[in-house]
Structures are given as C-alpha cells and as structure tokens.
Design a protein around this ligand. Sequence first.
Ligand code: FEO
Length: 401
Amino acid sequence: MTHLELMKDIYYVGYIDWEVRNFHGYSTHRGSSYNAYIVKGEKTVLIDAVKRPYFESFLKSIKAVCDPAEIDYYITNHVEMDHSGSFPLIIKHLPNAELIASQRGVDALKAHFHEEVEEDLFNKIRAVKEGDTLDIGNGKKFTFVPIPMIHWPDSMVSFMSDENGKNVLFCNDAFGQHYATSKRWDDENDLCEVMEEAEKYYANILLHLSGLIAKALPKVGALPIDIICPSHGVCWRSNIGKIIDAYKKWSAGEIDKNSVLIVYDTMWESTSKIAKALFKEISHRSIPVKRYRLTNADYSDVITEAMKARAILVGSPTLNNGLYPTVAEYLSYQKGLKPMNKIGLAFGSYGWGGGAVKEIAEIMKATKIDVLDETIEIKFVPKPEDLDFKEIIDKLIEKMG
Ligand code: FEO
C-alpha cells in the first residue's frame, strides 16, 4: 500500500493546497484541495485533474501509482479550471487513454482549451449521457449521471459499483469542502471542522442552485453509495448520511427559524450605533442574533450566516447618494447566491440626502427577500430617542413567524 492508496484499487492523486486563502473571492481559511483519483480494475481510470500550477505534483503522484501510459480512461466530471486546468498537459502523458466527459463537458473542454489542443482530439472524446456505463473489469463498473449546474452545466457524477468491494460516488464539486488536511477521510478529521467547511462551501458555491440540487438529490440518493469521493476536501465513508441530510436541509432552505443576522458598515459610526441598538433590542428578547461589520468581516463568512438566519438586517451609510462600497459588494454577492426564506430590514444613516437604505431594500426584494416596508434612516448622528427600535423589532418578529 502506498501513501496514496485510499482503499483497495483506489488511489488519491490530487493536490492539497495548504496556501490558498482566496478561491475566486471565497475566503478559504483552511486551504483547499483539488482531488483526483486513479481506479484500477482490469483497466485503469483517471478521474479529474488539478489546477494547472500543481500539474507537476499531480503527474508525480500518478507516476507513483502507475505508468501514465497504462491509463485506459480519463474521466472529466467537471471542466472548471480548478479541475481541468491541467487537461492540456496531462493528456500528453496519456497516449492510450480514451477521454470521457458529458456532452456539455466536451463542449466546455473545447471552449476552454481550443488554443492548446488539436480540434481532432475534442472529436474523439466520448460524450456520455445519463445511464451510460463503462465496465473496467474485476467487477467494477462506472455509471455516468449528469448533474447539470451542480456546479456548471457540464457537471456529472461517475458512480462506480464494485462487486468485490465498495460502491463509490465520484461527484466532483458536490459534497466538497475547501479544507486542506493530511488525512483523506471524514472520520480521520475533526468532523465539526469538516461540516463547517461543507456548509460554507454550499453557501458560497451552491446556494443559488438549491432548486436543482433538491431535484438531483433523490437521483444520487437512490444509488447504493458506500463511499463519496468529492473533488475538494475529505472523502466520506462514515458520515455519508450526515452530509446527504445536510444537503437536503440546505437545498430546501431550512433555516434557524428564530435567528437574526445584522450586516452593516459604517463611515462615521452613525450606522454602527443603529446596528448596535438593533442588536441590543433583539438580544434582549433572547433571540439569537449575530452582528458583522463588513470592514472587518469577509463576505464569504457572512453569506454562510445569511444562509442559516431567518432575518437579515442590512445597514449602510449613504455615500455619494448610494451604498457604502463594502455593503454594495456584499449585497451583490448575496443577490447572486439568493438565500431562501428570509425576512429583511434595511437601515442606515445619511447626511443631506439619503439613498443607501432604499437601495438595500430594492436589492433584497429583487431576490425575493420579504423586506419590511418600514426602514430605519437617521440623519447624521442618532440621538438616544432615535435608537428606540422596540416597535420595528416587534414587526420584524411578527413577520419572522
Ligand atoms: Fe471545484 Fe466548479 O469547480
């Protein structure tokens, strides 16, 4: 057994990225990994690849498992560059491999690598559709199931049934976590950390696709899965039910029914005073409430809280008749990810003319957040009597149900 052997006939040849702290704008406090696997039956299969800068390490890992020329199939489950960046490089080392992807995967590979790869090669990729199979011998058979938009239109899972071993779902982004660790399995790591990162991953990558995920989960759940091997973070063997249940909950928009999130920024402390007074009023009623000032918090952490909260209160000072930049950035992110089942409240301060509060309410309404008609807008510095929010919090709580 080499250090790369996950289990009998399955090897890990991905790259653990201990250094990444920003994954296209998503803060990866615990690093990440780009997982790729080799499966050996009578035939040998490579599943997915890694980001291009880590190609040499990827190739070295493959060579520690087998001669790349012995690889018979190379499956690309998803074409985003964190998995396919090495595609043009690795195929040069796979003279005997048939390439496999979904039809949309073939199109996406061509769209990404047309400058580096001969046109003819794209025409030779086997485009698989739902239910297509690949028998690699020794009782191992792959079944391909496209899962469009989880994460991209091209995404698919490769399910391997094994008559002599465990059934494994190679599912790429689904069930992943941005989590660097020297241990490959869920039960070898701190499960709280793993679930925290799985939740953050869902909130930042998949949340806006929840409707499609809810539809795809029964399809995936019907497979007799023993092991889940995603393309980021740890593999699941002891907590499969837990991660699938979590996906059911997140994709259904289940929330902490009674919790409030306050997100804001402040220029000269007036909006901060409003945020703190709102926080005090809510916490006095024993309602769980969290407060984030955006200058000191990153939006990928905040959106994870937003996914779970029942009410989101967003505050901004008016700057140049509009939103404070950090609030505009956060709201743009939140708008794209479309958190579900939310009540909203807009608040803020202004000098001579307002604007920010109206914009907050409009942006939140655009993603079906049920925003209170009442807003809080205070000119310059709030007086103590301006900070009495009993009435508006009563209304908020009534709306929260
Ligand atoms: Fe990990 Fe959608 O790429």
